[in-house]
Design a protein around this ligand. Structure first.
Ligand code: HEM
Length: 364
């Protein structure tokens, strides 16, 4: 009976064939390292956000009069509500960290180079979307922190002459952050961004599969250089099978991700939920210290240091633009960063400046 069902399905879908060609016979480079699993961990992180977000939606009320209360009820009354909320909050922070690490590793391995420019572009767009997810989600609990952090962020476009006030008005749905802003951010968070990011993830992974995972510039790959045409994974003839070799590594890293997440939920629950998240939003009372999340601290501190707001935001937009089109600017064939002193020094300077600005932003 089972065999009959199997062959019925096999004739129609060709699952065995798919598993053989896409998993068992599909090769990854011989010298592949653990950093190449970070894309998969980012994918797992997104799935956790989608699932926990779905459960939160069952009880969350997107209305300025009820939002704060509904989140408190999820934490205190709904069975396991606290668990899904903590997964969503901790997961959002960890996901940003994993996407950052994935991006750094892709940069360090030179994997963005020809013919992977579009893979980088799709990834960079996803990075912006992930940050927009975080920004829009931050307002939803309607706490003091949500309200005032969103007030600061939505004031930023006003630095631009002519279009600035209009853009801020569109974001807020009025002059100030209000219930209308909450509805807009909610719509963005649950209706617009998810299909966008899912399509981009699909495209990103299609490109990785189509082109084949890049050969790390470190260690012995035993591969010969080939022309840029055709399926690149066919060049990893001496490589390991994707399944089980690489899938096992990916699963191990996803487990490590879960372990870190549950450690934070269990032992450091207030890490990403400071005091101001437990007070309902009060548009009449500005709290003394409002800081954005850790991943926005560096740009936030930079804006504080540049005296002219317009100049500061323009500078950040230029940097974001350079990041987006980086593969088209770096045309050198050499993908081993240890053989490119200028790039290596620039990379570490940018990293150190980012860390210093983040710490400075936190404690200033
Ligand atoms: C939601 C965010 C993201 C997800 C789910 C994701 C997923 C993946 C996956 C599954 C892979 C294949 C395995 C690997 O190399 O790890 C990959 C590769 C890649 N990703 Fe991402 N990624 C994301 C963000 C980014 C970002 C922000 C960038 C860079 C700006 C980026 C650039 C790349 C590149 C260039 C590759 C090809 C690596 C190679 O061939 O060696 N990705 N990504």
């Amino acid at each position: 009976m089972w065999n009959k069902i199997k062959s019925w399905v096999e004739i129609r879908i060709g699952l065995d064939d798919f598993v053989r060609t896409q998993l068992k016979e599909y090769r990854v480079p011989r010298n592949i390292n653990i950093f190449y699993t970070l894309g998969f961990v980012a994918l797992a992180a997104y799935l956790i956000q989608a699932v926990s977000g779905f459960f939160l939606l069952l009880y969350y009320v997107p209305h300025s009069e009820h939002a704060f209360r509904s989140v408190q009820d999820i934490m205190n009354k709904v069975p396991y509500g606290w668990f899904f909320r903590m997964m969503h909050v901790v997961g959002s922070n960890l996901m940003v960290a994993v996407v950052f690490l994935h991006m750094f590793s892709v940069f360090f391995m030179g994997s963005y180079k020809k013919p992977r420019e579009m893979t980088w572009l799709a990834g960079a767009f996803m990075m912006f979307i992930v940050l927009t997810f975080c920004l829009s989600g931050y307002l939803l609990p309607w706490s003091q922190l949500s309200y005032w952090a969103t007030t600061i962020v939505t004031t930023m476009p006003t630095a631009f002459p002519y279009v600035g006030d209009f853009a801020a008005g569109v974001l807020r749905g009025g002059e100030h952050v209000s219930g209308i802003t909450l509805n807009r951010f909610f719509a963005l968070h649950v209706a617009l961004l998810p299909p966008f990011v899912v399509s981009l993830i699909g495209f990103h992974i299609f490109l990785v599969r189509r082109i084949g995972i890049s050969t790390p510039p470190f260690g012995e790959s035993g591969e010969e250089k080939r022309p840029w045409t055709g399926y690149r994974h066919e060049s990893h003839l001496k490589g390991h099978p994707f399944y089980p070799y690489f899938v096992q590594k990916e699963m191990l890293m996803a487990m490590a991700y879960f372990a870190i997440m549950f450690f934070i939920i269990g032992f450091m629950p207030a890490l990403f939920l400071p005091e101001d998240t437990n007070t309902p939003a009060d548009p009449m009372k500005t709290p003394a210290h409002i800081k954005p999340e850790w991943y926005f601290l560096a740009p936030y501190q930079m804006l504080k240091l540049v005296p002219n707001k317009f100049l500061g935001i323009s500078l950040q937009m230029i940097l974001a633009g350079i990041f987006l089109i980086w593969p088209f600017l770096d045309k050198k064939e050499e993908d081993n960063i240890t053989k490119r002193p200028l790039l290596r020094v620039t990379f570490f300077i940018v990293l150190i400046v980012w860390i210093v600005l983040t710490i400075w932003g936190k404690y200033s």
